[in-house]
Write a protein of this length. Structure first.
Length: 161
């Protein structure tokens, strides 16, 4: 059975999110309060954007005014929420018929700008958006001499085999 590229992207996102969450959790005691706050903000931004686009895919109103929470959540609650939402995305992609990925959805960005994206473009966006920001958090860990998680598609493929 061939796995769809969208499913593979979402699988990679889930794998990379979990890896980075674990790497940070394992090193929280080695991060300053300010560094932890930065990483929580990065994770919260990724998660909020993922939640916003989940609502767009479901055709529901989301109520977010910005691409991050007003008050950052606690680290453990945030990482639990990330894992839960990543699982939702995996299930969502598994259930879609191939032609549905090209279906267009009209919605409004939190900036107020109206936009139209296909379901596939939304899934591509959340995958690439998360990659960019995981790199921000990984760089912070590296500056502290800490090892971030593996995040490359080739690493994912190596681990999957």
């Amino acid at each position: 059975m061939t796995i769809s590229p969208y499913r593979q992207l979402i699988d990679i996102k889930r794998w990379a999110d979990r890896g980075l969450c674990a790497a940070v959790k394992d090193n929280l005691d080695r991060l300053s309060e300010a560094e932890t706050a930065i990483i929580v903000r990065i994770f919260d931004h990724i998660h909020t954007v993922d939640r916003i686009f989940q609502h767009h895919l479901e055709g529901k109103s989301h109520g977010f005014r910005a691409a991050q929470s007003d008050v950052p959540p606690a680290f453990d609650a945030l990482t639990d929420g990330i894992a839960e939402l990543d699982d939702w995305y995996v299930s969502y992609v598994e259930e879609l018929a191939p032609e549905v990925f090209e279906e267009e959805i009209d919605f409004v960005f939190t900036s107020g700008k109206p936009v139209r994206m296909t379901r596939g473009e939304i899934l591509l966006h959340i995958s690439l958006h998360g990659t960019y920001h995981r790199g921000n958090a990984g760089a912070l860990l590296q500056l502290k001499g800490l090892e971030p998680s593996r995040d490359a598609i080739t690493d994912y493929l190596e681990d999957a085999r």
